[in-house]
Write a new protein. Structure first.
Length: 153
């Protein structure tokens, strides 16, 4: 169910290194098939959330790779909110990068939906060659950090 006041993100079940993603924020919608080459975007998203929860205000960006086209997903921690920047490029790590969407929201609107999407994706049954399984210790660490952060808000 889509809620206009928070991110809606859903990942499909991976198949041969490709993963459907549906991302929505208010009137913005992006439905794409992501590749896990050269980087795993789910692992990157997990890393970004871990970095944010450890106090890094400008963590690594997530690359939604479409071979060769790609989208860059950046989350920045502001004083009391989060800024999201989605940009795109015709080729991986090339210039120019075009701004697609930028918006701001709070923890419940931005971080929790992203975390829940990772947890849901991790619950799917899939194996190589479709996608590498996520490290359960990292998911556990992320869950602990999210619970800690969520209880302090």
């Amino acid at each position: 169910m889509k809620k206009n006041n928070r991110i809606y993100i859903e990942f499909g079940i991976p198949e041969h290194g490709w993963l459907f993603m549906n991302f929505q924020w208010q009137d913005f919608s992006l439905e794409i098939d992501l590749s896990n080459v050269p980087t795993d975007p789910i692992e990157q998203l997990c890393d970004t959330l871990l970095q944010l929860s450890s106090g890094i205000t400008n963590p690594s960006k997530v690359i939604w790779h479409l071979e060769p086209h790609c989208y860059y997903f950046e989350i920045k921690k502001l004083e009391k909110s989060y800024n999201i920047i989605i940009s795109e490029s015709d080729e991986f790590e090339s210039k120019p990068v075009k701004l697609v969407k930028e918006f701001e929201g709070n923890y419940d609107q931005i971080i929790l939906p992203l975390y829940r999407a990772i947890k849901k994706f991790n619950s799917y049954s899939y194996k190589k060659p479709h996608w590498d399984e996520m490290d359960s210790k990292r998911i556990l660490k992320l869950t602990e950090q999210i619970k800690k952060e969520h209880n302090t808000i």
